[in-house]
Design a protein around this ligand. Sequence first.
Ligand code: PGA
Length: 255
Amino acid sequence: MKFKKIVVGNWKMNPGSLKEAEKTFLAITKGLEKVKGVAVVICPPAPFIYALHKLSGSRKIKLGAQDVFWERSGSYTGEVSASQLKEVGAKFVIINHSERRALGETDSGANKKVSALLREEITPVVCIGEARRDKEGLFLSYIENQIKTIFEGVSAAMIRNVVIAYEPVWAIGGTESMKPTEIYEMTILIRKILSSLYNNKIGAEATIIYGGSVNAENIEEIMREGNVQGVLPGRASQEPEPLAKIIGAVASTHR
Ligand code: PGA
């Protein structure tokens, strides 16, 4: 397992200015001084990555991006490559986020993005999750197909460098997270799928985090009962205070 504990903050298309981004980022890094044993990643809007990377200096905090394109270079107007993101300091990239899927991202596109990132030694934070639940349990095979398609061609040696973010789409941007016991069940399912695709060791050791309305109030319960190595907060990562509570709760969870 590459990351024993990890928090990935998705700032989405916020804040509006670089000045605000720098202020929030510095406040977050200050709060990290006493934190141990948890990797902290902030994924700001792409134009802010470089400036925040410069500010991060030797601090523990890492920068990430919210998307990438799979080609290395060429006539792809509006796209950004993995090596370009690496060059400006991104060590992680979120892919297949439901808000990107709503704009056309697909599992097969995500598959190409995983390979492009691994080639550049950037950690892909791969979002998976069902849009809705049905009584028949068809969402379970949906998750299985997502994992199979997105990781097709990714070797056992490389899959160790991936973070899987289980994010039920219906829980993102809402007021309530998924129940921690249900998160637990989903981690077991994901580990089973990875075990059958690769082997039991990979299934057992994969880094799985949860995202979807994580906040300062529900984080302790999620970490206590959810069987995850961390979380991917969106809105709650955009303010230093709730994020500090989230990081603190992840850091003090015994795993
Ligand atoms: P949220 O976003 O925490 O605001 O629900 C989660 C995400 O961006 O995946």
